[in-house]
Design a binder for this molecule. Structure first.
Ligand SMILES: NC(=O)c1ccc[n+]([C@@H]2O[C@H](COP(=O)([O-])OP(=O)(O)OC[C@H]3O[C@@H](n4cnc5c(N)ncnc54)[C@H](OP(=O)(O)O)[C@@H]3O)[C@@H](O)[C@H]2O)c1
Length: 157
């Protein structure tokens, strides 16, 4: 299944200066535990900000540019449809892990969203989710992480 996973501020911010604008260890733990053992698909900018593959996951970087050269253990794909094809042939889930351009590219393919709601407004953010991105989804689960962050799971209606 193709699953989107994202952490979003109250004003729908997700990034600033190429990085996450916050640090919540409980959310990083949740992200690690949720995605471990599965495929993670990221855009070139998110790859640049990580700088190295996420351990114990099959890392895929989407980039149309030949100047993006991840190490051999990371698969670079150039087209969104190649990722969709890959997701059908692997025996694990495919997590779309951002950033904004990648979430937008896969908006019609994502069957489930896992959203961490960050209890802050990030006024100087430069990367946002569209306000309506969950319109076709219905919440099926909600739980609290350490520190009071809320995680919602939403499935396509
Ligand atoms: N809050 C969260 O959960 C979360 C999660 C992830 C990232 N972020 C934040 O989001 C920000 C980065 O987001 P972003 O939107 O700037 O960048 P991004 O989505 O990480 O990467 C965008 C790049 O990916 C490639 N790409 C995108 N769509 C493509 C397609 N359909 N086919 C081929 N390549 C495609 C292009 O690279 P080329 O130009 O090389 O072709 C594009 O410039 C950072 O601040 C990061 O920290 C937040």
């Amino acid at each position: 299944m193709i699953i989107g996973i994202v952490a979003i501020a109250r004003n729908y911010a997700i990034g600033r200066d190429g990085r996450l604008p916050w640090h919540y260890p409980a959310d990083l733990k949740h992200f690690r535990e949720t995605t471990t053992g599965n495929a993670v698909v990221m855009g070139a900018n998110t790859w640049a900000s990580l700088g190295k593959p996420l351990p114990n996951r099959f890392n895929v970087v989407l980039s149309g540019s030949s100047s993006v050269t991840p190490p051999p253990e990371v698969m670079r794909l150039m087209e969104k449809d190649e990722v969709v094809d890959l997701s059908r042939h692997i025996n694990r889930d495919t997590y779309i892990i951002g950033g904004a351009k990648i979430y937008k590219a896969f908006a019609g393919d994502i069957q489930k969203w896992i959203v961490t709601w960050i209890p802050e407004d990030i006024e100087d953010a430069d990367t946002f989710m569209p306000r309506d991105f969950l319109n076709d989804f219905v919440e099926v689960d909600s739980h609290e992480l350490d520190g009071g962050l809320i995680v919602s799971t939403l499935c396509r209606k």
